[in-house]
Write a protein that binds this ligand. Structure first.
Ligand code: ATP
Ligand code: MG
Length: 363
């Protein structure tokens, strides 16, 4: 990724433009962490970039960003700019291109996100990013009050970076987050959700949640119960405790899991019938909440004679043959009965035993 990034900025440079790697990649490299995509800043305009890289995948030309796949790495290439006016506490409505790196860095959120790497691989540190990275501090570029009010997403980004990197919030920034936290109500729920997802998925989520609570953001985020939840490893388990199904958009998988977790709250996870009904995945997640041993659940699961109705040794067609009946709704009750008997081991999951059982009870 590093070599490809250097190659890419040299390619831009060969057309006579300035180009730097900026943002998450240099930050994470300095911290010896891995990162997903690479942000590039340049004085080339989006149109110039699109000419240099025919492999452009998307553009957000309005904000001066072009996304390029180059040697299988995803690059977000953004023209040096400053953001003049902001609308609705979020989006810049007047973007102006600028000519120097320094001006571009000044519109960025935190000092730790302003570290750059140039085309020769040299680190460029115009706003003291390294010092804040060394001291583990999230510091706003410029005036925290103004910069937070311009774009309230920065509140959640600050907490997200503090959480993931285990950094402190610079005290003035922290005070203004507390003061202006109510503005989060103006932020779209999908923006909030994706930042919260990152916080809740972090190994360091306890700290992140502590910050959200301490800075009184739970109400503005529509999750007032946050101070009282149990901290557990999985993100979805955290969400399941927040009564957020009607407030945020969850994907189908998350939604199903959350519903199952709510149902499982008062159920005995060591009951093989519960495990059978809900499956190992949901029960293992529910175990985080109930403090039940995952290992124990796993042992019980492995020991269960059947894990779905397809495992029953006599098929529905065979049941009908034994009973000399045409298939009908009656099968449902019989199968249910068989599941219970087989799971509690009062009936063996063997063809003959089951044939005998249904002949006695249902013929
Ligand atoms: P990661 O990609 O690891 O989530 P990142 O720092 O690269 O973190 P991106 O969202 O990719 O974050 O943004 C790239 C860079 O753009 C940031 O490092 C920062 O310099 C700048 N940036 C992103 N969002 C904002 C914002 N809301 N306000 C100001 N600058 C921002
Ligand atoms: Mg990035």
């Amino acid at each position: 990724m590093y070599d490809t990034s250097i190659k890419l900025i040299n390619k831009i440079a060969s057309f006579g433009y300035q180009a730097y790697i900026v943002g998450g990649y240099p930050r994470d490299l300095y911290l010896k962490r891995s990162s997903g995509d690479v942000d590039i800043c340049t004085d080339a305009k989006p149109r110039d970039i699109m000419q240099i890289f025919p492999e452009v995948i998307t553009t957000n030309v309005e904000y001066g960003t072009v996304v390029v796949m180059y040697e299988k790495v995803r690059f977000e290439i953004t023209t040096f700019r400053k953001d003049n006016k902001y609308s609705n506490f979020r989006k810049p409505i007047d973007v102006e291109y600028v000519t120097t790196l320094e001006e571009d860095l000044k519109r960025r959120d935190f000092t730790i996100n302003t570290l750059c790497i140039d085309k020769n691989g040299n680190v460029v540190d115009l706003l003291n990013a390294k010092s804040d990275l060394d001291n583990k501090i999230i510091r706003m570029v410029g005036n925290p009050k103004l910069r937070l009010k311009e774009d309230v997403l920065r509140i959640l980004r600050a907490i997200r970076f503090a959480t993931v990197l285990d950094f402190e919030l610079e005290p003035v920034l922290k005070a203004y987050i507390k003061k202006y936290g109510y503005l989060l109500k103006k932020l779209s729920k999908d923006r909030k959700k994706s930042e919260l997802d990152i916080i809740f998925a972090s190994k360091n989520k306890e700290y992140g949640i502590k910050l959200l609570v301490e800075l009184k953001l739970a109400d503005a985020l529509d999750i007032p119960i946050l101070p009282w939840i149990k901290i557990t490893p999985s993100m979805v388990v955290t969400w399941s405790q927040l009564n957020a199904l009607d407030k945020y958009n969850f994907n189908a998988n998350e939604r199903e899991t959350i519903k199952a977790l709510l149902e499982l709250r008062n159920k005995n996870l060591l009951d093989s019938f519960v495990l059978y009904q809900y499956g190992l995945y949901d029960c293992t997640l529910a175990a985080e909440l109930q403090g039940v041993s995952k290992k124990k659940i796993n042992e019980i699961y492995v020991d269960m004679p059947i894990h779905s109705r397809l495992d029953i040794s006599l098929s529905p067609t065979e049941i009908c043959t034994v009973l000399e009946k045409a298939p009908g709704p009656f099968l449902k009750d019989i199968i249910k009965d068989l599941e219970v008997k087989i799971l509690n081991k009062s009936l063996k999951n063997e063809k003959e035993a089951i044939e005998k059982y249904i002949t006695i009870h249902y013929k």
